[in-house]
Design a protein around this ligand. Sequence first.
Ligand code: IPD
Ligand code: CA
Length: 259
Amino acid sequence: MTELMTSIEQIVRAAGDMMRTAFNAPDRPAYSMKGQQDYLTVTDGAVEQFVREQIARRFPGDGVLGEEAGGLVEGPRLWIVDPIDGTANFARQIPHFCISLGLMVDGVMEAGAIYEPMHDELYIAQRGQGAWLNGRRMRVSTIADLKASTVEVGWSTRIPLDTYLDMAGKAARAGCSVRRAGSGSLGVAYVAAGRTEAYAEAHINAWDVAAGLLLVAEAGGRINDFWANGGVRSGNPVLVTNAALAQEFSAMTGIGLLP
Ligand code: IPD
Ligand code: CA
């Protein structure tokens, strides 16, 4: 494995250890609310700080954009980190959350990893080298029938409720199993792993999907042009799918896909 990929794996595993320790502590993670259904724990900030320190030490001069502390989007190399994606699950003692860490070079995702500490699952990819889950090559599913498919539709208060209900309703009426598990990063990673056929959300931030978009592309799936029109700064709609149902999910959600 290259030094880059070794570093990414070491950083996300150590960050995952911090989350697992906090999750299992007798005094459960205390949380505050940033807004409606928008949870924050001290662990979010502590993990992001740890990741920033690691990147500064291992890759001095690289930029970092993180969910909690923000950051400037400038320079050729930008690390994009969500310290805990699925914070509401983490705060509510639901073991479905992760760290997402990706490296963008000259506007293109070069490498990324998602680590889900409670099941010790490491999803990792490098551009042109494939995507791997705990050492096994990932491939998107081959399911080609919507009535056998599963799609996760993400939701946040950043978009009107009707937009979400409309998207989820269309999928349900088409015969999909529709789910929402509360971590966009893991929702995207599940498509790469062939566990679901699509993840869609009308607006999501770069830190939620930077690593996941690379995972899906490297696993043979389809992704939208998330980085267009300032996606790194202000987010965009996201759609990732398996190859077999790409057209169907694109038509259903109104989100175009890259070739
Ligand atoms: C959120 C989760 C959620 C997605 C939202 C994200 P957070 O991130 O990924 O599933 O629907 O768009 O903001 O708050 O858990 O870090
Ligand atoms: Ca997030």
